[in-house]
Design a protein around this ligand. Structure first.
Ligand SMILES: [Zn+2]
Ligand SMILES: [Zn+2]
Length: 756
């Protein structure tokens, strides 16, 4: 006879195993356990937080299961609909359910440790009002190299930095900071720990804008749509997509009392969009951004779960917000690759959004000026409803775009030997002229170069050897302030050497421009100009992005120079010139999406120009003026670009013509990694032949385009199919049955955004 007092539960744990675990529920626990509740259970000699995913009266185990230790939740942490979504993700992306659940919940709920309260004060080093020019610095810091390094590090962090962070990045004694302070170059202040500045940003009038007829049409279509509908809102840059979102949410949230999720690629880069939502919905909105502490994130999660907040704005993971009675999910800039998570579970927030919205009877809105080819073809096939905003609001025109053919001017690259690149080779005459004119009119310029660092690699002129990372098959990028070579994949850093590693020659040349070098060239050519640089190196501080963008908005910057970061949603009416220093960066990457990314980037950055009454223009420097990505970006012709690009995805077949799953094998031993990949390829081909699963094709194995990352060699096998169910069934069987020897790793990436 069964013991009536004992019941059992199935628990999903964050382990790399495709199974759940049975535990016994004994009396004396703090809270009753339901499906979706968190439980603390014994695991080996430790305690682990898991989620109850099933209840049963009979244990499937022969021995008596171990008892649950704690049940901390009065209410289940994961609601029924969210748990269903997690089950779908586990299935589709071939990931254990416990791993998915850990991703979906805030870290404060899944760790054994409780969030630590933030400190009250912290020490900040801040650059004074007088910023010496690069030329003056050679004098000021002639005998104080360390002071210069620290000063420029602070500068590169946006002008102010935590002393603690400076010490993490550079080794220097406290005396260095003191000397800088004594010389009046910096000030050191103890300041109260900042509150979330997004919570306090104001300044936007709550004046309600009136939608144009086109905008109103889109709003009505979506507000009156059937539950579960998916819309692709194709609106050119400056066409007022944000207003459409806001007015749609007024209908859904204010009039119907439902809730909504707004996904943006990266909160820090889109403060203006967030400001507008906040101005419209005030404290009904929760903004989830990466700078929130674990505790703040948990507070926001609770407020959403309780229904105190009804709209969430956030990046990728906001798609898991614990909202009930969901009315809409908006995915702004739906083409952005940051919606894809780079680690397990490798989900795509756009796909998850659609699945969640359909399951909960909400609508999905995918917005973009340059939709992904996937979304576009779904719209063409009638799966999504296409809505277009073909005009800029306020009668504005798209800026005229002109090409500058870099091949037509000879450049003396030998001048690059000592880092002495000629300004005129980098900024060609027409672009230079436009920058000068823009400054003379008191207007602002944006310059894009999608490559950070000083120069992109170092090459020996004698033997041709290029300095590469010791851990990756990647060239090291030369950075200044502080001077070092950095691997952009594994962050390995080393001091530049005076001689070639291979031949000992001393003629090392810097090749390939980075943003740091362009900044230097610009500041030498325009000593009076206020130049701001925005890339990964200048935005490591918590609020660095916002500070730079606020300075641009306030008119305190003449030239904003940056990587793709500056191409997204910025809306500054005084920006009348956009210059692309080198359009060809990345266009030849061995990846099937390289052209699509290039077209999107050029279109997006061009869209930053001429958003006000003054109009604007765009100048693009390129060596590939006839490349379809460049040509159609110049013509503002998305549809023709898609037509040409789709042709290129027919042979060999690539998405959206076919679906992909990329299986990557990696290990520190090159031979063993290759061997495993070859075995796996044969195993998969056998499986497919014996099961007559001929709707799936196996490509490879082959070394990945980047053969080695972080000391691990990488091979891959690509699965192609137009049957989504096959790409669930076959990889799942493979991941469950095919074992990797110790030290070798197998990862599966369903619907990869890149194959590097
Ligand atoms: Zn050499
Ligand atoms: Zn590396």
């Amino acid at each position: 006879m069964r013991e009536a007092a004992t019941r059992f539960i199935q628990v999903a744990l964050p382990l790399p195993l495709f199974q759940t675990f049975t535990y016994a529920v004994e009396t004396g626990l703090a809270n009753p356990i339901a499906v979706g509740s968190r439980v603390v259970v014994p695991l080996r000699n430790d305690r682990e937080v898991g989620i109850c995913v099933g209840l049963t009266d009979i244990s499937p185990l022969k021995r008596k299961p171990k008892p649950v230790l704690e049940s901390p939740d009065a209410q289940p942490a994961v609601g029924g609909a969210l748990l269903d979504l997690c089950r779908w993700m586990a299935d589709y992306y071939v990931v254990p359910l416990g791993v998915v659940l850990r991703t979906v919940l805030p870290a404060a709920l899944t760790g054994a440790n409780t969030p630590t309260p933030a400190r009250k004060t912290r020490r900040i080093a801040q650059i004074g009002a007088e910023i010496p020019s690069l030329i003056e610095r050679d004098k000021i810091f002639a005998r104080a190299k360390q002071q210069r390094a620290v000063f420029e590090l602070i500068e590169s962090l946006g002008g102010r930095a935590l002393v603690e962070n400076l010490n993490e990045q550079l080794d220097f004694s406290p005396a260095v900071l003191k000397s800088l302070e004594k010389r009046g170059l910096i000030s050191i202040v103890d300041e109260e720990v900042e509150r979330d500045p997004f919570a306090q940003r104001g300044g936007l009038s709550s004046k309600r804008l009136v939608p144009t007829a086109m905008q109103q049409h889109a709003i009505d279509e979506m507000a009156n749509a059937e539950r579960g509908s998916v819309f692709l809102l194709h609106g050119i840059t400056g066409s007022g997509k944000t207003l459409v979102y806001i007015e749609l949410l007024r209908r859904i949230v204010d009039e119907r009392g439902q809730t909504a999720i707004v996904l943006v690629p990266e909160i820090a880069l889109t403060p203006q969009t967030v400001d507008r939502f906040r101005a419209a919905f005030g404290d009904r909105i929760a903004v989830l951004h990466s700078a929130l502490s674990e505790g703040e994130r948990y507070d926001a999660w609770l407020a959403l779960k309780r229904g105190d907040k009804r709209i969430v704005v956030g990046a990728r993971s906001a798609v898991f917000a614990p909202l009930e009675n969901l009315g809409a999910i908006i995915v702004d800039e739906e083409h952005e690759s940051s919606y894809k998570q780079g680690e397990t579970p490798r989900y795509h927030a756009r796909e998850v959004a659609i699945v969640r919205a359909k399951a909960e009877g909400a609508i999905t809105v995918l917005g973009s000026a340059t939709p992904s080819l996937e979304s576009w073809s779904n719209a063409m096939a009638g799966k999504y409803t296409l809505l277009t905003l073909p005009d800029r609001v306020g009668g504005g025109k798209l800026p005229g775009i002109e090409l500058i053919d870099l091949r037509k001017t000879a450049v003396d690259y030998t001048a690059m030997a000592q880092g002495g690149v000629d300004y005129g080779a980098v900024i060609r005459e027409p672009l230079h002229h436009a920058i000068v004119e823009t400054m003379q009119r008191g207007e602002q310029s944006i310059l894009l170069l999608n490559r950070r660092g000083y120069s992109s690699f170092i090459q020996c002129s004698d033997c041709g050897a290029v300095t590469t990372c010791p851990h990756c098959s990647i060239t090291l990028t030369h950075h200044r302030n502080p001077e070092r070579l950095v691997c952009h994949y594994c962050l390995h850093k080393e001091d530049p050497r005076p001689d070639c590693v291979r031949c000992g020659g001393r003629n090392l040349r810097q090749r390939g421009l980075g943003t740091q070098q362009v900044e230097r060239l610009l500041s030498e050519r325009f000593p009076a100009a206020r130049i701001a640089r925005m890339d990964v190196d200048t935005t490591s501080g918590k609020w660095a992005h916002t500070r730079i963008l606020d300075r641009v908005a306030a008119g305190d910057v003449d030239i904003l120079l940056g990587t793709q970061m500056i191409a997204k949603g910025l809306d500054f009416p005084n920006v009348t010139l956009v210059g692309v220093v080198d359009a060809d960066v990345g266009i030849n990457l061995p990846d099937f999406r390289a052209s699509e990314r290039c077209f999107q980037l050029l279109s997006q950055v061009s869209g930053r120009a001429g958003r006000g009454a003054k109009g604007g223009k765009v100048l693009i420097q390129t060596r590939l003026p006839n490349h379809h990505a460049v040509r159609y970006a110049v013509a503002h012709d998305y549809v023709s670009f898609v037509r040409d690009e789709m042709e290129g995805r027919k042979d060999p077949l690539y998405p959206p013509k076919v679906r992909l799953a990329n299986i990557v094998f990696s290990g520190t031993n090159e031979e063993a990694t290759a061997k495993l990949a070859i075995q796996a390829g044969e195993w998969l081909r056998d499986l497919i032949t014996t099961h007559a699963a001929d709707q799936i094709a196996v490509v490879g194995p082959a070394p990945c385009p980047i053969e080695r990352i972080k000391s691990r060699w990488r091979w891959h096998v690509l699965l192609k199919s137009d049957q989504p169910s096959e790409l669930t069934r076959v990889p799942r069987y493979f991941m469950e049955k095919f074992d990797a020897p110790a030290g070798l790793r197998i990862t599966l990436d369903r619907d990869p955004v890149a194959l590097l």
